[in-house]
Design a protein. Sequence first.
Length: 300
Amino acid sequence: MKKLFVAFIFLATFLFANDKVIVDGNIAILKQMDEKIYAGTDTGKLFSISGSDENATLVLALPQVKSYVDGDIDSKVIDVDKLGEKFALLINGDYMHKKLAVYENGTLDTFDLPITGIKRLFLLDSNTIILLGVGSEILYYDIASKSVKFEHKISDSPFGGVSFDREKNLLLLSNEGGMIYFFDTKEKKFLREKSIHKDNVFNVAFVGERVITGSNDKTCYYENARESKLFETGFIVYSVALSEDFGAFTTLDGINIINKAGSVIKKIPYDGEIINNMTFYGDHLVGAGYDKTIHFWSYK
């Protein structure tokens, strides 16, 4: 076990006029967890932002790792999840080999991954991490024993976007074949599947009976309890988001905001770096591409 250097406050300017936060490093993953926004970067840092803060807070900074050519280099936070005070992270280790990490109470533990090609992770409980592989694998990793307790392969198509509702024990999965799957993480069984897109599904989200997906086929799919819609976007839909009352998806020249019925109610113009991650946060839609900027757009 290694003690990790933790700086509690990182002074990044919150530009209220431009509604953006600049952090150290390109943003690889952006998530909303426990009523905060978390951003993991390719400089091995994890930041948090809350609605009452004007600064980004540095939660942790990973130790540098070894490379074949450049000596010691920054690690990368590829994915992150949080349950209580425990963080599970997918990171780059020495020589660009992915590692699993658990961070709690100022201490970082790292683990070898059971298979190569892990893409995403979620904390199922305090001792179990769900690992999702590029080869469409679902693995339940037991932290205490450092072993896999359950494994299932969905199909031969690699995973695309994924979303997890821990309270409902529901995992929404998608793949390069344009399929989506609902998986009960407690019962370890599939509840339903549906063919939606003609190509890779990059991003998915769900709230209650509402689902939204974005695909390489330049469409966004949305369904509520009564109907479904397919939006032509003119560009690959890399990111989507849902709140209790609204939805969002990227387009050729910006971001469309929809209501529960699926009607477009607002257009947010945007021509910057491709937005890979979005989430609704209070009265703002928060998004980030692979650069140092976290955007806060008012959508009402």
